[in-house]
Every structure is written in C-alpha cells, then in structure tokens.
Design a protein around this ligand. Structure first.
Ligand code: PMP
Length: 488
C-alpha cells in the first residue's frame, strides 16, 4: 500500500489520475454556476459547465430550494419513516404526472416507485419489466397447457416437443448503441461502453444493443414462437421474449446524440405492435434542461416507463423515480422492492419544490432553458466555425450541448498518445480548469466530446469565459498540442 492509499482510503487511485491531469481541485463552496476552488492563493471562482452532469438545472444551492431545505430541517421532518403513509410522495408523483400529461397531451396515470439514484431507477424498471414479462409468459404457458390437455394427443405431443425449454428462456432487454443507463450490477448491462460493462458481464440480464436505424429489424430477430392447438390445428403463438426497450431521448454519456424522430416513431410503433414496454430514461435529460420538462417531448416519444433522477433532488437531495403507466403496473411489485432512504419526506418535498419552480409563471424556466441554450450553442458554433480542422461538430438540445473534437490521435507527442488512450477530453478539461477556471468534462463513453450542461441561470459572461478558453484550447490543438499538458 502506498502512503497515499494509507492517508486517502477513498479512491486514491482515481485521485492520482485526476492529479496527473490537473483535475484534483477541491471545491469548498458552490452557488448558481460557480464553484470555489481552494488553492494556496485563496478560493478561486470556477465557471461550472458540468452542472453535476445534469443535476443542476437550477444551479448549485438555488435560494428557493435551500429555503425549502431549511424549513424542512427546522420542522424536524422525519427522514426515516418506512412502512407508513407518505402523502408527500403522492403529491410529488401527481405533480410529475401533471407535467407528463401536459407535455404529451394524455391523461393516463403513471404509478411511481421512488428510489435514490439514477441507476436504481433503472434497476427498478428492469425488475418490474422482468416481472411483468415473466407473468405474461406464465399466463401464456398456462393457457396453452389448458388447450393441450383437451387437444388431440398427437398434436399435443408435437406442440410440447416444440415448446420444450422455450418458456424458460431468459428475458431480452434492448438498448441503443451508445446507451448509458447506470453502473449497478444489472443497470450496467444496459450501458454499451465495454470498459464499464464487460468486467461485470454475467452479473445481470444481458442486453442487446441496437442501432437507432435498425430497431424494427432487431425486434424481429428476437421473435420466438411456441405451439398451441387452436380449433384442432397446430398454431404458432408469439412468446413474449423482449422485457423492455430502454432509450435515452438524447444520449448524454454516449456523446450527446439526439434520437432521430423517425427512429423514435418506429420504436413506439414496434413496441405497440409486439407488446413490450418502452422505458424512456430522462435521468440526465429531464427537468427542463432541453427546453421542455421531458426531452422526449421534442420527439413525441411517450414512454410506458419514464425514469427521472438527478435534478429531481434540486442539487441537494438524492432521489430518483420510476414512473410506470398504470395499465402496465404490477401492484405486487411494491411488496418486493424497497430501499431504506427511498420516498423519504425530505427528498419528496424538495422534489415537489423543484417541479413547482420549473412550472411557475407558465413554464418561464423552460423558455429560459431554450434561450440560454441558444446563446450557448451560438457561442460553441462560433468556435467550431473558427477552428474547422479541430472541431468536428457541435450538437445537442437546449442546455445539453456537446462539442466533438476531430481525431487527435494520429500525431506525435504526448497529447496524441493520451488521445489514443481516450483521455483527450480530460486533458482539455485539465487545461481549461488550470488556465481559464472553467470546469468542463467529456462524456463518459465518447471522451473526445465535451459536454456542457449549465443551469438556466448561466450568464453571457460565463459563456464568454468558456469560449475564450475553448479558443485557446483549439489554437493549441491546431498548433502545439503538448502545451495543453500541466507543467512538469
Ligand atoms: N441514466 C442516464 C441517462 C444517466 O445519464 C445516468 C448518469 N449519468 C444514469 C442513468 C445513472 O444515474 P446515477 O449516476 O444517479 O446512478
């Protein structure tokens, strides 16, 4: 064990990597889109364009959220009251239902299972969809068995031979190429990045990853039939193989990739025709960041399950929720799944205040997200136009933007070496922090794409500081890349 490990038992290895890239800043205070970095020379303000990777649509320590938190603490609201009546959870779930109904023009109720983190909301959806699919298979099996019991013995034997083992095939979960749905043992199976997923392969149900333009084909490839005897004839019946299709309307960690509207329509139509649920993961995109509460509203893609997390906690609480359309909902699930902290009063009240703030004044916050998003996009596009040999693309929706660098791995020198190992975005992030006091990060699975997810209060001045830093980075990448590295 190194000395560092002895002194720093909490992820010293990661700290070592951060330190090599100049990213091991300690932040001691946060307000709106500013973090204060403790340095030997004093606390330095840093423009935070990472926004808790999507948690801070209202910014750090928003005054109204803080005020609500203080009230709750002063009132000594019980945080731990499992197995009791939680009206505040109903209030929050109803508020989320109302937003969903408004944005998608529907009035179908969604039941809510609360959890603590995004990955946990994904796990809830996985378990629930797996359970629902298991129940469908069991019902089909029972129905066929009752038909076979009365059928011609020869036909019944042929059907049973064909069906042998088929009712026991494990469920299939589908997700898109580039998907990110968390890092817990089951949810990581739906995260496409092999570095995150493969060490844990086999710990949970395996997903199949599908290109967005091949959804119908991928679903067709899963078709499995069993034999029944109907009206005296052997008849094929579809076995419900697919338990769910998980989709981010705008992929965050995969590199800020917006789902094509045609692909969204094809997914909805295929799911309805075949009869599996669509799980829309809005954990990073939800809560107004893209100019609507749900990013899927831009695509008209209404999920049978909708996952929310991150910003639900207003930047203070840890909370997530899995919303499940009531006609897909299994009430017994409530007896099988729970968590000590889930559905607690503190996070539910904070979540309700967040929804209230976003919905206030006819959704002024969404208009603001759109307007600030346009300002950010204009600024990023100007950088891209100025450095066409360095920047490949700027893309996104509202306040969830990505800037993709061209491949920097073919040159010689230390930065090209780091680009080859997928560290280019982190090199750039280190430089922007040290030299420009701007905090950015690449997306987790596309490390040459920087992501920008500031709050709806992001100022023109902060955007100007960001683009000044990006111009310096692009100049360096074009002319002398290794000057981006920390000295020494
Ligand atoms: N789904 C999506 C779309 C995400 O972006 C993330 C986190 N980046 C998760 C799930 C997992 O959330 P958490 O980190 O809170 O577990």
């Amino acid at each position: 064990m190194t000395t560092d490990m002895a002194l720093e038992p909490a992820e010293a290895h990661l700290r070592g990597l951060l330190s090599q890239l100049g990213l091991d800043a300690e932040y001691v205070r946060a307000e709106a889109d500013t973090l204060w970095w403790r340095t030997a020379a004093g606390d330095v303000p840093v423009d935070d364009f990472v926004g808790g990777y999507g948690s801070l649509v209202l910014g750090h320590n928003h005054p109204a959220v803080l005020a609500r938190a203080r009230e709750l603490l002063d009132e000594q609201v019980p945080v731990h009251a499992q197995f009791s009546y939680h009206p505040y959870a109903n209030d929050l779930a109803l508020a989320l239902n109302r937003v969903l109904w408004r944005e998608f023009g529907v009035d179908r109720p969604y039941s809510a299972i609360f959890a603590n983190t995004g990955a946990e909301a994904v796990e809830v959806a996985l378990k629930h969809a797996g359970m629902a699919r298991g129940a469908k298979v069991a019902a089909l099996r029972e129905e066929i068995e009752s038909h076979l019991a009365d059928a011609d013995p020869d036909l019944a034997r042929r059907a049973r031979e064909h069906n042998e083992g088929r009712f026991d095939v494990p469920p299939v979960f589908l997700a898109l190429e580039g998907a990110f749905h968390g890092k817990l043992a089951a949810s990581v199976q739906l995260t496409h990045n092999t570095a995150y997923r493969l060490p844990f392969r086999g710990l949970g149900a395996q997903a199949r990853f599908v290109p967005a333009d091949g959804i119908a084909k991928a679903v067709k490839a899963e078709r499995t039939t069993v034999l029944d005897v109907v009206d005296g004839r052997l008849t094929e019946r579809d076995l419900p193989v697919i338990a769910a299709f998980f989709v981010e309307p705008l992929q965050g960690e995969g590199g800020i990739n917006l789902l094509d509207a045609d692909a969204a329509a094809q997914l909805r139509a295929t799911a309805d025709a075949v009869g599996f649920p669509v799980v829309v993961d809005e954990i990073q995109t939800g809560f107004g960041r893209t100019g609507t509460f749900h990013a899927a509203a831009h695509l008209g893609l209404l999920g049978d399950y909708v996952l929310l997390g991150k910003a639900l906690g207003g930047g203070l609480a840890k909370a997530s929720v899995t919303l499940i359309r009531q006609d897909h909902y299994l009430p017994d699930f409530e007896l099988l799944h729970s968590s000590t902290f889930a559905k607690d009063a503190f996070s539910c009240h904070i979540g309700a205040r967040v929804v209230e703030l976003l919905e206030a004044d006819d959704g002024a916050a969404y208009t603001r997200a759109t307007e600030r998003g346009e300002a950010l996009t204009r600024a990023l596009r100007a950088v891209a136009d100025e450095f066409p040999t360095v920047v490949a693309d700027v893309r996104g929706l509202g306040l969830m933007q990505g800037l993709e660098f061209r491949d920097q791995s073919s040159g010689t020198g230390a930065v090209a070496d780091l680009a080859r190992t997928g560290l280019l975005g982190y090199v750039v992030a280190g430089h922007l922090l040290r030299e420009h006091h701007v905090r950015v990060f690449p997306t987790a699975s596309a490390s040459h794409t920087l992501r920008f997810e500031p709050s709806i209060g992001i100022t023109d001045k902060a955007i100007a500081r960001l683009t000044e830093g990006l111009r310096a980075v692009c100049t360096a990448l074009r002319d002398h890349p290794d000057t981006l590295l920390p000295p020494g």
